[in-house]
Design a protein around this ligand. Structure first.
Ligand SMILES: [Zn+2]
Length: 281
């Protein structure tokens, strides 16, 4: 078996989105083409919206597409204890810090930035304050580079450069201690030994943040591939589940066009699967 490990990591907060189905298919094709592993990770830390029923719908949808997976699915909700020591380690090494800025102050600064037509970025008040574990209510922020650029090397897009001045010290753990999305994704992908991250281009803006987490934790970077998003006949992106819910009262919404798009995607997907299998046999 090759050393390639890919993963599909849906959030079970709604049914399987057409773009997610396509992402799963590409990951699966790459795993089967290279003789690597296809893993599943259920990102179910949103306890209010993640339901067992939605997990079942995702599994059923993948099976219907002909996408299978190796090993038992990983459930993020069962890994919460894994993340805390990593965050403590980054604080101890001076790569992350406790921020005690209160919400009202931050909101005022955000509103003033909006009024001045500036992009709001956290002003790093607490970066060198050395707040200890007894500092009271706090979040934990990652020390991002303050100058230069973070370069993402991508199979499709080549080198994509993100100026450091456009990224602030983002929150890696909330006040309740729960780690945030871009942090746990890195810890999970590392622990699952993922070698290739293949996902939609809507994730590209997350990637420079994740690259800094990889470096801070001393992990090797995976190979990133960001695919163009799935478009409808009108050339617009298909809405995600939230947008569909918002637009459900509109008869002209993309929701109405979903069935024919699904049929064409599945038919494309099955053709792709058939071609892949034909090459292998
Ligand atoms: Zn602060």
């Amino acid at each position: 078996m090759s050393s390639v490990v890919v993963r599909f990591a849906p959030s079970p907060t709604g049914s399987l989105h057409i773009g997610s189905a396509r992402t799963a298919l590409y990951n699966w094709l790459y795993a089967r083409h290279t003789g690597g592993k296809m893993l599943l990770r259920i990102e179910d830390t949103d306890v209010e919206r993640s339901t067992p029923e939605n997990v079942r719908i995702i599994f059923d949808g993948l099976r219907w597409l002909g996408v299978d997976w190796d090993e038992e699915p990983v459930y993020q909700s069962q890994r919460v204890d894994r993340y805390r020591p990593l965050i403590d380690k980054l604080i101890a090494e001076g790569k992350a810090y406790r921020c005690v800025c209160n919400k009202d102050d931050l909101d005022a600064k955000r509103e003033s930035a909006i009024a001045d037509k500036r992009k709001y970025l956290y002003d790093r008040t607490c970066r060198d304050a050395g707040h200890g574990p007894d500092c009271g209510a706090h979040v934990v922020r990652l020390k991002m580079p303050v100058d230069g650029a973070i370069v993402v090397r991508d199979v499709v897009l080549g080198e994509v450069s993100f100026p450091a001045e456009e990224l602030d010290d983002w929150i890696i753990a909330r006040t309740d201690g729960m780690p945030t999305y871009n942090f746990v994704v890195v810890a999970d992908d590392h622990d699952m030994r993922v070698t290739h991250v293949i996902r939609g281009a809507d994730h590209l803006n997350n990637t420079p943040k994740q690259v800094v987490v990889y470096e801070a934790l001393g992990y090797d970077l995976p190979i990133f591939t960001h695919m163009p998003l799935t478009h409808g006949p009108d050339g617009k992106n298909f809405p995600n589940a939230t947008a569909r819910r918002r637009s459900r009262n509109s008869p002209s919404s993309a929701t109405c066009r979903m069935p024919c798009a699904i049929i064409s995607c599945v038919s494309d997907g099955r053709t792709a699967i058939r071609n892949c299998l034909r090459r292998k046999s």
